[in-house]
Design a protein around this ligand. Structure first.
Ligand code: FES
Length: 106
């Protein structure tokens, strides 16, 4: 398991365990992270799993693939250079200690 932190819209920090080899979104959904809806089930189509990467002490994380980049152009919350779709982040040891802020419409 890999330790990852999410910061929810109200500022609540949630430390969760994520399974290596699976999309980070699965761990976020299993943990009930507020704001991670994942309407498309992980197909990089809905952007309702959008987060901002705040830190990745063991990173960098894997690069953004074209499908993720395309969807991020149409998110409800403005994308930044820290934006990731958590369904497209496959958990590995580079995610250990990473902190993700749930996109909140900033
Ligand atoms: S779950 Fe739909 S884009 Fe990630």
């Amino acid at each position: 398991m890999v330790k990852v932190t999410f910061i929810e819209a109200d500022g609540t920090r949630r430390d969760i365990d994520a399974k290596e080899g699976e999309p980070l979104m699965y761990a976020a959904k299993d943990a009930g992270i507020a704001g991670i809806i994942a309407e498309c089930g992980g197909s990089a189509m809905c952007a309702t799993c959008h987060c901002y990467l705040a830190s990745a002490p063991n990173g960098p994380l894997p690069d953004i693939e074209p499908a993720e980049e395309d969807t991020l152009e149409f998110t409800a919350h403005e994308p930044t250079d820290r934006s990731r779709l958590t369904c497209q982040v496959i958990v590995d040891d580079r995610c250990e200690g990473a902190v993700f802020e749930v996109a909140t419409g900033r």
